[in-house]
Design a protein around this ligand. Structure first.
Ligand code: UTP
Length: 402
């Protein structure tokens, strides 16, 4: 079917204006239109009810004292796996970091005080510390988006990969999804350009595989996936890797104990017997307050976006449909006067898949407790909670010179 008919069929005739575009712009625009995933876009009409949860119960996890008791054992297993090239790191850097208010890749943000210290740089230092201990480099996959891919690559090159062996680094680009207004009309961000945004971090595995980014590393059995915004993130941690392997589970999740019942953090629990991450607002106040005989919260494990997934399990679930979240956002769009409008209020929907939904698909998961003060310094905002300021304080406490 011709593209005009397809657009009409989906009520998107407003996109049919090719006027004033150069031949190259026309071709690029036509390619964008042909790539629209209609099944996803149509979800705005009838978003899947993702709040309807099953039977929620607490999950058993490994607490710090138990980890300490078995540290050497876990370390030995993890170190061997890393040394044999079985563990890869996957940095999720495709997000837009809108809350930080910078258009540059989030990892290029400078958090230094007396000298530059970029988020990417600090994370590479953390990874290099593992390389030092295990005597082997870990393949590092960096997921970017169509919006920041060129800038991210250029940044790493300009800084010589912050000392990480370049031959172990691969970039891959995640998919983009168009945004729609509240009437389901796909928004434009410029003449002949759809308002596209990264389709969420749940697509990392399919995008990595589509790019065949891991073709040079056939030994990989585990992918340690983590977010760009936690500067204390410890990835490919041999103790965590060893504990997950020893547990026989298909996935491990680094978690911190919630600091208060109402802390706004996703919680790892069981849903109808399968591991599941539920958002803080999905826990009823009673559940959030529930305590065990020792006085600990029963729903205690807050996730910090550091997961270890079995490669075998990922390939088994590769065809499974991961839920698409339809999220209200402020989406810049081409106004009637031909200028870009940056709305003050939410004006439409974006379509995102989330990595936390993969935990459920994995089927089994080991919550692995880490010390919050040592491993959790998220940077979401400029000031206040989870900000550049709070992360700097935590870095200083961990002896990092700023
Ligand atoms: P967030 O959920 O914090 O989103 O990402 P974000 O886009 O970075 O920030 P805001 O909400 O716009 O301020 C958690 C992690 O997932 C990655 C991010 O880069 C971050 O490491 N991510 C998110 C992707 O890689 N792709 C996406 O489409 C979304």
């Amino acid at each position: 079917m011709d593209i005009a008919d397809i657009l009409k069929q989906h009520g998107q005739e407003h996109l049919l204006d090719f006027g004033g575009l150069s031949p190259e712009e026309r071709a690029a625009y036509a390619a964008q239109l042909e790539n629209i995933d209609w099944e996803t876009v149509e979800l705005w009409k009838d978003p899947e009810d993702l709040s309807g949860k099953g039977r929620i119960e607490p999950i058993e996890g490994l607490r710090i004292p138990e980890i300490e008791k078995n540290r050497d054992f876990f370390f030995g297993i993890g170190k061997e796996a890393i040394a044999k090239g079985k563990v890869a790191a996957v940095l999720l850097a495709g997000g837009q970091g809108t809350r930080l208010g910078s258009d540059a890749p989030k990892g290029a943000y400078d958090i230094g005080l007396t000298k530059p210290l970029y988020i990417f740089e600090q994370q590479i230092k953390n990874l290099l510390s593992v390389v030092g201990v295990c005597g082997a480099a870990v393949p590092l996959f960096i997921m970017t988006s169509g919006k920041n891919d060129a800038d991210t690559r250029a940044f790493f090159e300009a800084h010589r990969y912050f000392g990480y062996p370049e031959k172990y680094v691969r970039f891959f680009v995640q998919d983009m999804a168009p945004s729609v207004d509240f009437n389901g009309k796909i928004l434009l961000e410029g003449k002949g350009r759809l308002a596209l945004s990264p389709n969420g971090n749940g697509g990392w595995y399919s995008s990595l595989k589509r790019a065949d980014a891991d073709r040079d590393f056939p030994a990989i059995e585990w992918y340690n996936v983590y977010s760009v915004d936690n500067v204390l993130q410890r990835m490919a941690d041999p103790v965590f890797v060893g504990a997950t392997i020893a547990s026989g589970k298909m996935c491990g999740a680094k978690v911190v104990c919630k600091n208060a019942p109402g802390e706004k953090v996703g919680v790892l629990c069981l849903e109808d017997g399968a591991p599941s991450v539920i958002e803080y607002y999905e826990l009823t106040p009673e559940m959030a307050e529930m305590r065990d005989e020792k006085g600990d919260l029963r729903y205690i494990y807050g996730v910090i976006l550091n997961y270890l997934f079995s490669a075998k399990r990922l390939s088994e679930i590769a065809q499974a449909r991961i839920p698409v979240h339809v999220v209200k956002k402020k989406i810049p769009y081409l106004g009637e006067n031909g200028m870009l409008v940056k709305p003050e209020k939410e004006n439409g929907y974006k379509f995102e898949t989330l990595i936390l939904d993969m935990v459920k698909l994995a089927g089994s998961c080991l919550p692995f407790e880490v010390e919050r003060e040592k491993e959790f310094a998220p940077i979401k905002n400029k000031t206040g909670t989870d900000s550049v300021e709070s992360a700097r304080e935590l870095l200083k406490k961990n002896g990092v010179q700023l």
